[in-house]
Design a protein around this ligand. Structure first.
Ligand SMILES: NC(=O)c1ccc[n+]([C@@H]2O[C@H](COP(=O)([O-])OP(=O)(O)OC[C@H]3O[C@@H](n4cnc5c(N)ncnc54)[C@H](O)[C@@H]3O)[C@@H](O)[C@H]2O)c1
Length: 363
């Protein structure tokens, strides 16, 4: 079993990754948890595919397990769904020494993790992520939470799991569009931290993105988690370094917001945002043109179309201004000096931001 450690002193934990490991989950749970009761939180789609196999492996090791099902998708990452999870935990007499296991994508992980962080002031939590975004990003690092009607992820906590358990084989049932959007986030890791990883993705793009070669996908997930863990290890609560993970997010978030979260999946909007951030980096003279084109060519292989002809530059600037990445009135941009090397700048003119947006609009 491939294992990497998220190194956060007393909150350290392992991330296990192996193809076809789902039926061994109970074995690993036994290593990390000496209690008896498991609340397995999952959404209705993932439940159909995978809850039986996980449930069996848990029961085979002598644990009691109750399944808590939530509806699938971002629009259910809400306070009322969270409340329904608390209801079930209370009705079923879960206690301080129980454990919440999330089985699903980032929505289930974020919501179940937040339930675990608050139920009885915090009970143990384990993640079994089942989307590429969840396997390479949201399950590592401890950010948990829900949306508020006035904005995404406004209610939440930093709460680390006791371990993360990743089976890349579950990606075979993921809708291809979700997988593709996740690839955008994977490319981000190469762009911000590791040129050789970017090269690996370039050279093996077809094998990875079509899941033809699961061994390569396993490597991609491992390296992505490793990069995310390295960043989180140095900055658990996002006070500085962790911001580098926001490459592509300034314009990406604004695009998501201005299209009312209806046109783009998050990873798709971030992919466009990364092209814009790369373009700005080249425009202000800090990134070599060839390197920008290299990144752009790879991101374009994800085939994400711009569908926001009606968005005006002014709306874009307003949306960026409303976003979290504006501090004391200045827009913070994560930009590239090289592939694998980022810099944060707060002196990008509004004209250049709009030009970058026009650039992605035309492509
Ligand atoms: N906590 C963090 O650090 C962090 C980081 C990135 C994203 N996020 C959050 O993650 C969420 C997005 O996560 P997501 O992209 O995983 O979306 P998601 O959880 O909504 O999953 C996408 C869809 O795929 C389905 N699905 C999941 N796994 C499947 C599988 N193996 N086979 C078939 N269908 C499957 C789900 O039922 C859902 O319909 C957002 O809410 C975002 O805010 C959190």
């Amino acid at each position: 079993m491939k294992t990497l450690k998220v190194d956060l002193k007393e909150r350290s934990y392992p991330v296990y990754i192996e193809k076809e490991c789902l039926n061994r989950f109970g074995e690993f749970l036994q290593k990390h948890y000496k209690g008896k009761r498991i609340a397995l939180v999952t959404d209705s789609i993932v439940k159909n595919y995978y809850s039986a196999i996980v449930e069996k492996s848990i029961k085979d090791k002598g644990f009691d397990v109750s399944i808590i099902e939530i509806p699938p998708g971002e629009k259910f990452k809400t306070l009322s769904v969270l409340e329904s999870v608390y209801d079930r935990l209370i009705e079923k007499n879960f206690s301080r020494d129980s454990v919440v296991v999330s089985l699903g994508g980032g929505v289930v992980g974020d919501l179940a993790g937040y339930a675990a962080s608050t139920f009885m002031r915090g009970i143990k939590f384990v993640q079994i992520p089942t989307t590429l975004i969840a396997q390479t990003d949201s399950s590592v690092g401890g950010k948990v939470g829900i949306n508020h009607r006035l904005g995404k992820n406004l209610i939440g906590a930093f709460y680390q799991p006791i371990f993360v358990f990743i089976d890349p084989l579950v990606l075979t049932t993921l809708p291809p569009r979700e997988l593709n959007a996740g690839m955008g986030e994977v490319i981000k890791y190469g762009a911000i931290k590791d040129e050789s990883f970017l090269t690996f993705i370039e050279e093996n793009f077809e094998d990875i993105n079509s899941l033809k070669n699961m061994k390569k996908m396993e490597e991609v997930i491992f390296r992505s988690c490793e990069i995310k863990a390295d960043v989180v290890n140095l900055d658990e609560r996002e006070s500085g370094l962790r911001r580098i993970l926001n490459f592509g997010h300034t314009i990406g978030h604004a695009v998501e917001n201005l299209t009312n979260y209806k046109i783009y999946l998050h990873g798709e909007a971030i992919t466009l945002g990364m092209i814009a951030a790369g373009w700005i980096s080249e425009k202000i003279g800090i990134l070599d043109k060839k390197k920008f084109l290299r990144l752009e060519n790879l991101l374009k292989r994800l085939n994400i179309k711009s569908e926001f002809n009606t968005i005006k530059g002014k709306d874009l600037l307003n949306a960026i201004a409303r976003d979290k990445k504006v501090k004391s009135g200045k827009i913070h941009f994560v930009l590239l000096e090289d592939i694998g090397k980022i810099v944060i700048r707060n002196d990008i003119s509004e004209d250049i931001i709009i030009e970058a947006f026009n650039y992605i609009s035309k492509n």
